[in-house]
Design a binder for this molecule. Sequence first.
Ligand code: SDX
Length: 394
Amino acid sequence: ETGFFTYDPGFTSTGSCESKITYIDGDAGVLMHRGYPIDQLAEHSDYLEVCYLLLQGELPSAAQKKKFEGDIRNHTMVHEQIASFYRGFRRDAHPMAVMCGVVGALSAFYHDSLDIADPHQRMVASDRLIAKMPTIAAWAYKYSRGEPFIYPRNNLSYAENFLHMMFATPCEEYKVNPVLARAMERILILHADHEQNASTSTVRLAGSSGANPFACIAAGIASLWGPAHGGANEAVLQMLTQIGHKERIPEFIDRAKDKNDPFRLMGFGHRVYKNYDPRAKVMERTCHEVLDELGVRDEPLLDLAMELERIALEDPYFVDKKLYPNVDFYSGIIFRAMGIPVSMFTVLFAVARTVGWVAQWNEMVGDPSQKIGRPRQLYTGSTLRDYVPLHARG
Ligand code: SDX
C-alpha cells in the first residue's frame, strides 16, 4: 500500500506495544480493564475506583480507596495564574482549544519539580492531572459564558464536583441531581481507557521521548479532538440535527454508503470493534435513565438515533462491514439532556480519558526496556535523480 507505515512505539520488534491495562476483543465485543468487564465496572464501581484500578492494577481496599480519593480531592484546585491564562482566549474559542492550551501550560507550573524517573513522582503527576481536569474543563465552559469560575468542593464526589463547577453560580446554591451524578460517573468510566487508540498512542509516542506528562496529555487532547476519534460525540449530535426527521434517514444511509460522498454515519464503526461496542449498550441504557429522570419523554434526537440504529443494523452494507454503534453514538444525547453544550462533549471525553492516558504513560515510562517511538514508513517517493538548475527547468 502506498504511504502505508506501521506504527512502532519502539517497545517491541513486532511493531506493537505490550500493556497490562486494557483488553479488547473486537470480534466478540469485549472490553476489560485489568481483567474486569466494562459493564461490571460501569454498574458497580465509581470513576475514582476505576482510576485506581487502571493506575495500580488492582481494585483498592477501603483504606486505599479513601486515601486515593483524598489525594485527588486535595489537588482539584489549579494555580491562580492558570485562571488568568484563560483570559488570553477569545470567549468563543472551542473549549478543546482551551483544554489543549491550559493543560499544556500546566507544564510551566508543575513540571520543573518533577523527576519522571521516580515512580512516586510520576504517580503524583498522574493524580494531579486526574484531579485538575474537571476544574480546567468546567472553567473552559464558564469562561465561554462569561460567568465566574466556580471552585471545587471537597465534600462532593468527582462527578458531583464537575457538575457543580459547570452549573453552580455565586448567586445561589446549586444541588447536583444524584441520578445525573451517577450517570456521569458511569459515562466517565465508559471513556476511561481503550487500549492503543489514536490519542493514547499519541501520548505514548510523545512520552517515549521523555517529555513531561502535562505536555503529553495536551498532545493526547489534540488527537482526541478529531471527529474520527473523540470529536465523534459532537459530530453525532450535528449529524442527528442535520438528518432532522426519520423520513430523511434512508437519504443519509445512502450517503454513508456512497464512496464519493465524504459523509459517514458518526458514532458508527470502529477500528477494532467488528461487533457491538460494549460501551454503547451501557450508554444507551444510561440515556434512557437520564431522560426518564429529567422527565424528557419525547426527546426527538433519541427517537431518531434509535431508528437510525435500527435501520443501519438491518442494512446489508453495515452488516457486511460489521459497523455497529460505538461509544459516541448515544453519549451526546445524554450530555445535551444534562444541559451540557455540544462544544463540551469532547472535553468530557478528555476528562474521562485522562486516567487512561496517564496509566498508559506510567506503564511505558516505567518499562526500562522502552525506547523512543519511531513510526516506520514504506518509501513511495521518487527514485534517485540529479539536481536541475533553475534556468534549465523551463
Ligand atoms: C472512538 O480506537 C478507539 O478505541 C477509539 C475509541 C476510544 O475509546 O478511544 O473507541 C473512540 O474514536 C470511536 C470512533 C468514533 N468515530 C466515529 O464514530 C466516526 C465515524 N466512524 C468512522 O469514521 C470509522 O468507523 C472509524 C474512523 C471509527 C473507523 O474507520 P475505519 O478504520 O475505516 O473502519 P473500518 O476499516 O472498519 O471500515 C470498514 C469499511 C470501510 O469501507 P471500505 O473501505 O471497506 O469500502 O466501513 C466503512 C469504511 O469506509 N465505514 C463506514 C463507517 N465506518 C467505517 N461507512 C459509513 N459510516 C461509517 N461510520
